[in-house]
Design a binder for this molecule. Structure first.
Ligand code: GDP
Length: 534
């Protein structure tokens, strides 16, 4: 992954840059100018352009912007707080008469590097078992799950970049056997990574940041209502009176977009509402809003059973275990959510076999091995009689995936497993060459359910992701469910759920709400609709 950071003024003048990658910011800046970014919070916004995720923060008359050229695992709160701190550091220095550019650069570099350390998952793994609480599902309490660095990287043009997934990967078995699961139990103190000469800088930085600037914060709070907020405040005085439907629909359209619902999806919804209200007289604000609430509720309400446990138990007389395969783009949380499902099944006394069918990405099998070992330890500490195991046949391309899946189903049938959860390789949804093998896999493994994991962070691109995965299995087969991951990182910007369901008519099974095994929740349609219209 590469990333770059700039500090710039509303005039467009770049005051500071890290990583010399100005060009990709040009488009982002035009999104800021055209107000097409998505607000994550007051003065904190994001967008995705050309495979890059941008975040921007505005403080006073200073913008700080960053991009990641792959999905980042740093949660947006941490990004916001770092960008805010960088802006404050810049403002503080800018105000000084004897402006020390070197010191400023050092301090910003330090903050940038500290933010980047947060995605160095390998260093910060801390896994510790909790004593199970009797009335709740317990989980492994850990800061970070990923024990294996998943992406192949190379040094190119002065920066670390991901190797294209279509390139040859290292399948060396010797290397894989060196991986020691127990290393994940080591707790590491981040402060050990701070070099001695940086400690002085850290102290200085702390002083700068302690210097709270209440006036700016108050000003930010004051502005937080934004256009939509002000509009709704104004209109609330007229709730009982009839409204101008065009005005109200325009504002609700903007409201949906501000919650990460794609513009095309928002338009379809609002057009539908307007059509429903056509020829009705005396439409009040409340009538309009209620019609929209009903429509959003209808979109999110599954029209098929989502009772997986019932289906699996019903299948228990069959020779073949219940087979579920998990698909999705790289990094969205497929293996984490597969592990969460496994944990839930174990809690329900079901024997779970996890099949490692991401036979392509270096480290994928080991990542699952760690999850299975964690789940075994967790399961052993409860009264559950259920068992969990990993089925893997190492790495390989071509027919190896299908052969592994078939062998796992055979093994599961012979060894009394109730459920087989098949992990598949992450793939770029827009790359037809990478998507094509999914059909072959679906035909051969014939899973009872295909679940796509989509991340709540993704925004507008979620429509295309959902469509492409839904179409990948041929005419006779669709996705059965979505799991929407990382919902904990988006606040009330939950529009991705609407985008994915509207595009495909596939219901949401669960929401992923964090990085521990119990961070999985049923969808509360009411809560999501409230968040969208809040
Ligand atoms: P995969 O490549 O699709 O298998 O993705 P992983 O399962 O390896 O997950 C990628 C990253 O997302 C990991 O750091 C996970 O801990 C993180 N992740 C997965 N689900 C969630 C979630 O619901 N919330 C948060 N905050 N992080 C998640």
């Amino acid at each position: 992954m590469s990333q770059s950071l700039i500090v710039f003024k509303p005039s467009g003048k770049v005051e500071y840059q890290y990583n010399n990658k100005i060009t990709p910011f040009n488009e982002f800046i035009s999104c800021i100018v055209n107000e097409t970014t998505n607000d994550l919070d007051t003065n904190f916004f994001t967008t995705r352009l050309n495979q890059k995720r941008f975040y921007g923060y505005k403080r006073d008359q200073v913008y700080v912007a960053i991009y990641f050229d792959a999905i980042t695992t740093i949660d947006s709160e941490k990004i916001k707080s770092s960008l805010n701190s960088i802006a404050r550091t810049f403002i503080k220095f800018e105000d000084e008469d004897d402006f020390d550019n070197t010191k400023l650069t050092q301090l910003i570099d330090l903050q940038f590097n500290q933010l980047m350390l947060m995605k160095s998952d390998v260093k910060t793994v801390e896994t510790k078992l909790e004593t199970p609480k009797p009335d709740t599902i317990t989980a492994i309490n850990k800061k970070k799950v990923n024990p294996i660095n998943k992406k192949m990287r190379k040094w190119e043009g002065g920066e670390m970049v991901d190797v294209d997934s279509s390139q040859v990967l290292d399948y060396s078995v010797g290397q894989l056997s060196n991986i020691d699961d127990s290393s994940n139990l080591i707790s590491i103190d981040d402060s050990n990574f701070i070099k001695e000469n940086e400690l002085v800088l850290v102290n200085e930085l702390q002083q700068i940041l302690q210097d709270e600037d209440d006036s700016i914060d108050n000003q930010n709070k004051h502005q937080s209502g934004g256009l939509t907020g002000k509009f709704f405040q104004k209109i609330s005085g007229y709730l009982g009176g009839s409204i101008n439907v065009d005005d109200v629909s325009k504002k609700f359209y903007e409201q949906l977009i501000s919650k990460n619902v794609a513009a095309s999806t928002s338009k379809i919804i609002i057009d539908k509402i307007n059509h429903k209200l056509l020829n009705k007289s005396g439409i009040t604000f409340n009538v309009y809003k209620q019609t929209l609430i009903d429509e959003l509720t209808k979109i999110l309400t599954p029209n098929v059973s989502t009772d997986l446990l019932y289906d699996i138990k019903k299948n228990s007389n069959s020779q073949r275990p219940y087979v579920i395969s998990i698909v999705g783009v790289n990094g969205v949380g497929k293996s984490t959510n597969l592990a969460k499902l496994a944990y839930w099944f174990l809690q329900n006394n079901l024997n779970v076999l996890i099949c490692a069918c991401d036979t392509f990405r270096s480290g994928a099998v080991e990542q699952l091995k760690v999850h299975v070992n964690n789940l075994k330890r967790l399961n052993d500490s409860t009264s559950s009689n259920a068992k969990i195991d990993l089925f893997e046949k190492g790495y390989g391309s071509g027919d190896h995936v299908v052969a592994t899946a078939k062998a796992a189903i055979q093994y599961g049938s012979e060894n009394q497993f109730d459920v087989i959860l098949i992990d598949t390789a992450g793939r770029t949804h827009s790359n037809t060459r990478l998507m094509a093998p999914l059909k072959k896999f679906g035909d051969a493994a014939n899973p009872d359910k295909i679940i796509m994991v989509g991340e709540a962070l993704v925004g507008t691109d979620s429509v295309e992701q959902a469509l492409n995965f839904n179409n990948a299995f041929g005419n006779k087969r669709n996705l059965d469910f979505f799991i929407i991951s990382k919902v904990d990182t988006v606040g009330d910007l939950v529009g991705t759920m609407i985008n994915m369901v509207m595009a495909t008519n596939v219901p949401i099974l669960f929401l992923g709400t964090g990085q521990t095994y119990s961070d999985i929740k049923r969808l509360s349609t009411k809560t999501v609709v409230e968040m969208l219209l809040n």
